[in-house]
Write a protein of this length. Structure first.
Length: 336
């Protein structure tokens, strides 16, 4: 609760200060947008049309993120939100973005399924003078002016914090790690793996013996963990790139007659309700949070841009981290 209030205050202040400091300086909104045209004709206080292309509904994190967007980009707040669920398919997101361009929305926001393959469609949005805002996940494009800003967590840092915790707390003796990776080609899967790998590199006791994608879902996390358990009799720890895959792994560990959190330790990233509950119950050992509540900041960013201000090209959200005792304490007051 405290964390979220602090985070909101920091973000809102950052966005507002930038709006004041940079208005009229030709900043990152690019200028000459559909929204600018609206302002020129005196229509800037009309309803702001926003198209949001969501990744899917693959995890508890995503459900909380969607709720945050839908309860922030509201009619009461001056917006008309068009929302689509890509079911974790890039081609669906590209179709949704093209449809928003055709509908003439004022802003497009989206959380990309994977990092590559966006140059063409974002070029089309730019040609239509529609500012694009990345939420949660990054894209890899040559022309950085294809989007105005990217707001979301530092995924490399998240993986690094998990790796450092493992190395310090469990790596005093040899341990075998299996890794449940997120969606192949997605920013969180790439970056969390890198952060974790870098953090354990200097500790020869911590060895990753198997690594496979579980696509960020509980069901695939369980299936992949079943395979790991059959192939390896000596697993000490599971590093899951998100809570849902960690929860699936717990089901597989229990079905194999072992005790999660004790016989096989579990560490993950997200901090959703189910993950935090499993942590408090002793089935998970450590969670690094990934803030899900991006909706209010997205609304602030769009309002700032619509008012003629500019925002930083990268806005990093703040994430906490919890061991079992901290999870017990934090659970009652958490919003998600
Ligand atoms: O991009 C954020 C990641 O995507 C979350 O960790 C995961 O739960 C979601 O599917």
């Amino acid at each position: 609760m405290i964390h979220i209030r602090m985070h909101r205050r920091t973000m809102a202040a950052g966005i507002a200060v930038l709006a004041l400091a940079l208005t009229g300086c030709g900043g990152s909104s690019g200028g000459n947008t559909k929204a600018d045209a609206g302002k020129a004709t005196g229509s800037s206080d009309k309803v702001i049309k926003v198209g949001f292309a969501q990744v899917g509904a693959e995890s508890g994190w995503r459900a909380a993120n969607t709720k945050s967007i839908q309860t922030s980009i509201t009619a009461a707040n001056g917006f008309n939100l068009k929302f689509s669920d890509a079911q974790q398919k890039q081609e669906n997101q590209i179709s949704a973005i093209r449809s928003y361009i055709a509908q003439g929305v004022d802003y497009i926001a989206f959380s990309p399924v994977v990092v590559s393959g966006w140059d063409q469609v974002l070029g089309e949005a730019k040609a239509a003078k529609i500012p694009v805002i990345l939420t949660d996940r990054a894209v890899d494009v040559k022309d950085k002016s294809l989007y105005v800003t990217f707001i979301g967590s530092d995924f490399v840092e998240e993986g690094k914090r998990v790796g450092e915790w493992v190395s310090t707390n469990l790596g005093t003796k040899p341990i075998n790690v299996v890794e449940l990776e997120g969606t192949t080609g997605s920013a969180p899967a790439i970056d969390r793996k890198k952060g974790f790998t870098d953090a354990i590199a200097s500790n020869p006791n911590v060895k990753v013996i198997a690594s496979q994608t579980g696509n960020f879902t509980r069901a695939e996390g369980k299936t992949v963990m079943e395979g790991f358990l059959q192939a390896h009799k000596d697993i000490d720890l599971v590093f899951a790139h998100n809570d849902d895959m960690g929860l699936g792994a717990i089901e597989a560990i229990e079905a194999a007659g072992k005790v999660p959190g004790k016989d096989i330790k579990v560490v993950s990233i997200d901090g959703v309700k189910d993950g935090m509950t499993a942590l408090a119950d002793g089935k998970i050992n450590y969670i690094v949070e990934c803030n899900q509540l991006l909706g209010p900041d997205l609304a602030d960013i769009i309002k700032t841009l619509h008012g003629g201000g500019t925002v930083q090209p990268r806005i990093v959200t703040k994430d906490g981290a919890f061991d079992q005792a901290q999870a017990k304490e934090a659970l009652p007051s958490r919003l998600y």
